[in-house]
Design a protein around this ligand. Structure first.
Ligand SMILES: [Fe+2]
Length: 273
């Protein structure tokens, strides 16, 4: 089985085939080791098949079990949809606005190795660019490289990012950490919690930790890549080396007869050890 020629060179792509699932899982794991990311097209919208396939890449975390967002068939699968009430409550993944790039399960130690997302329904794709829920994939090494090139004080900045920074659960952790199999100096692991920057702005104004995190988040935003996932696209990321996020989603809109429609976008995510 060979990777397809992807429409984007940095994203190795495969096509799902149930009868060759175990061979494909090996190829996906190899592609993620080599490139940090892989895409599988044509994956069925079946939570049991998704978990069975990804379990051949790594053991799924069942962290979401029992939570209201978990899939009824598989507690390891988190369903991300636009939900008006959840959006009004400010729940991060239910919001319409952009979702800045972040890590999966940023508080866990050891770091879960893979983050996976399956686009079940991409929802409305006829809004202007940046409002169709386009996915953001962020190679952290590119953010560190940009910061190194732009900042004469990069060594101090990196030192701050590699020292413990307060997290919202009250435990201080380094945002960036060395990887045993790093391929160069910019290849560092990152735990970027969604909302960490807002937390630091509130609780740590004027600190070096806040300034360094702001600079890192800005570099990650600038170096993130946009991918519009189609229905059946499964993306697997190295969760140490890549962040994920998305552009804005229009949650509800009215038709010509003033009837309100809710965006049917639905994405399933799960994290593997
Ligand atoms: Fe996420």
């Amino acid at each position: 089985m060979r990777p397809l020629t992807s429409d984007v060179a940095w994203l190795p792509a495969f096509v799902y085939n149930h009868t060759e699932a175990s061979e494909l899982a090996t190829h996906v794991a190899e592609a993620v080791t080599a490139r940090g990311v892989a895409r599988v097209a044509g994956f069925p919208g079946d939570a049991n098949e998704l978990v069975a396939f990804l379990a051949m890449v790594g053991p799924p975390l069942t962290y979401y079990g029992g939570d209201t967002g978990s899939h009824p068939d598989q507690a390891a699968v988190w369903r991300v949809r636009y939900e008006h009430e959840a959006s009004l409550r400010g729940e991060t993944h239910a919001l319409e606005g952009p979702l800045a790039v972040h890590s999966s399960q940023s508080l866990l130690e050891p770091r879960p190795h893979y983050f996976c997302m399956l686009m079940v329904n991409p929802g409305w794709q006829d809004n202007e660019r940046g409002f169709n829920g386009e996915s953001l994939l962020a190679p952290w090494a590119e953010a560190f490289k940009a910061l190194d090139e732009e900042n004469p004080d990069y060594d101090d900045l990196l030192h701050t990012l590699m020292n413990p920074i307060p997290f919202p659960d009250g435990i201080a952790r380094p945002l960036a950490y060395r990887l045993d199999d790093a391929y160069d100096d910019h290849d560092l692991g990152v735990r970027l919690k969604s909302g960490l920057l807002a937390y630091l702005r509130d609780s740590q104004p004027g600190t070096a930790a806040l300034a360094a995190t702001e600079r890192f988040v800005d570099a990650a935003r600038r170096t993130a890549r946009t991918v519009q996932m189609a229905a059946g696209d499964l993306v697997v990321l190295d969760n140490d080396r890549w962040g994920h996020g998305r552009h804005s989603v229009i949650g509800r809109r009215r038709d010509a007869k003033a009837r309100v429609h809710t965006n049917p976008r639905e994405l399933w995510s799960l994290t593997l050890q």
